[in-house]
Design a protein around this ligand. Structure first.
Ligand code: NAD
Length: 441
């Protein structure tokens, strides 16, 4: 069974199913991931609720190739249940969630989707009722079995026409390992791609740390979506880097991003060879774990230099040279360690929380001309996590609603959603790609 860890293969076997069921062990259901040419989900999308998003939602669902349904039909099983709660203006009306979802929640097919749309609490008639939606979706995410996910999307007034790329991401296998998230969409002038299957055609994307792991997957997915990808990694990874760049039809820069001249060389490469850049993905990252009392200054400095300081310097150089083109994207790679903290990772978690700070400050500064967002991966199956001791690794893999680790492609798909030209309203978000990890939940 390709792509499955050993426990997952066992849990899918005849004996395994019996043992897992009897003992109530974690049941890692094989996730349905995006595959070009196949339907985004396994079944129609039941839409409920009634607010200002009803029409845009139906249009967005239809444009993804899915069939919207408005009334629940006997015996029908759904690929997704979508509820427009944007008009809920009192605590009493929260009952509408129960009325819609309770009768149909068990008709959701495996790897199905629950998405609730709301109004940002601070802009809503009832701040309390809108904020309450978070508890609902996060709990539904924890209750869904068999690869199901649940999210909450707050759409600011004026952002109704900016939801398309987010609906496309959430109602498909692209979001296979994203659950329990709260996403905010603001008003924006949306650029629709000419070719929906290659939304990044004509765009240039820089991916740091692209030689392997998550970075290589990001390069591949952005390349699949049509971008010219500039792949960057340290000279020691030169062969692997060239292989990735060749595979995605992009170019390679061998460079240590902490070098004093790195920002200038990056700007020079992007402006001279490509006339600028549209998407910048700060993926390169390292760990140098020790508990604080045992951590020497070199470990601290190395992690801060790669994971945070270099990113700030590259951003400032690109902005000073006006190399980030209009409707640009800056994407950070944080971590759930930056949200929840982690033993032995004071240095790493400092930098990953700093990435969230970068999103907060830069997204405001660049609003209207670029978006700045981050992913915060949980346990992703890479060389970084393969190096974690067995028992800690096994705990990290299972302690989430999906009972399994994510794949690099899951992080890459979330980044491709941020990068999508129609995601101009998705700004200032930190979205965890963690299968709804219990850490920091
Ligand atoms: P990885 O170690 O497999 O790959 C990281 C890449 O970055 C390597 O190719 C490395 O050579 C490159 N790199 C390191 N220092 C560099 C420098 N100074 N200049 C240029 N390139 C440099 O790691 P990964 O698991 O693919 O992680 C990618 C990102 O995702 C990192 O930022 C990491 O912190 C983050 N992350 C990973 C996980 C996970 O579970 N794997 C979880 C949360 C966050």
């Amino acid at each position: 069974m390709v792509g499955m860890d050993r426990y997952q293969s066992f849990a899918r076997s005849g004996l395994g199913r019996f043992v897992v069921g009897k003992l109530g062990l974690p049941d890692p259901y094989p996730l349905r991931r995006h595959s070009p040419g196949t339907p985004p989900l396994n079944g129609p999308v039941l839409i409920g609720g009634g607010g200002r998003l009803a029409d845009p939602l139906r249009a967005a669902v239809t444009s993804t190739g899915l069939t919207p349904a408005t009334g629940a039909a006997d015996g029908e099983r759904y690929g997704a249940l979508v509820f427009d709660a944007s008009g809920i203006d009192s605590v009493e009306r929260l009952r509408e969630l129960h009325a819609f979802f309770q009768p149909v929640i068990r008709s959701l097919r495996p790897c199905g989707r629950v998405v609730v749309f709301g109004t940002p609490p601070e802009q809503a008639e009832s701040h309390v009722a809108q904020r309450a939606l978070e508890g609902f979706t996060r709990s539904v995410g924890k209750e869904l079995k068999r690869g199901g996910t649940a999210q909450l999307v707050y759409v600011a007034p004026g952002g109704e026409d900016a939801i398309g790329s987010t609906v496309r991401f959430l109602l498909s296998g692209r979001s296979a390992y994203v659950s329990g998230q709260v996403i905010r969409i603001g008003p924006a002038d949306v650029e629709q791609p000419v070719d929906p299957d290659r939304p990044l055609a004509g765009k240039v994307a820089l991916v740091t740390g692209a030689a392997r792991g998550i970075g290589a997957a990001i390069a591949e997915v952005l390349g699949r979506d049509g971008a010219s990808v500039v792949c960057l990694d340290v000279p020691a990874q030169g062969d692997e880097l060239s292989a990735v760049a060749n595979r995605v039809g992009g170019t390679a820069i061998q460079l240590d991003i902490t070098a004093a001249d790195a920002p200038a060389r990056i700007v020079e490469h992007l402006t001279r060879r490509h006339g600028g850049v549209d998407v910048v993905v700060h993926n390169a990252g390292i760990t140098r774990d020790r508990t604080l009392g045992r951590m020497d200054a070199d470990r601290w400095d190395a992690v801060v230099a790669v994971n945070l300081a270099s990113q700030e310097r590259v951003n400032e150089a690109l902005l000073a040279a006006d190399a980030l083109r209009p409707n640009g994207r800056i994407v950070g790679v944080s971590s759930i360690a930056g949200i929840a903290g982690n033993v032995g990772q004071t240095n790493y978690a400092t930098t990953k929380a700093g990435v969230i700070g970068m999103v907060d400050s830069l997204s405001r500064r660049l609003a209207g001309r670029a978006t700045v967002n981050a992913v915060a991966p949980g346990f992703i199956e890479t060389r970084m996590t393969a190096a974690v001791p067995l028992f800690i690794r096994e705990a990290g893999r299972r302690m989430n609603s999906m009972s399994q680790g994510g794949l690099p492609v899951d992080v890459a798909e979330a980044i491709a959603w941020f990068a999508h030209p129609a995601s101009a309203g998705v700004n200032g978000n930190v979205v965890r790609v963690c299968g709804q990890s219990l850490l920091g939940a």
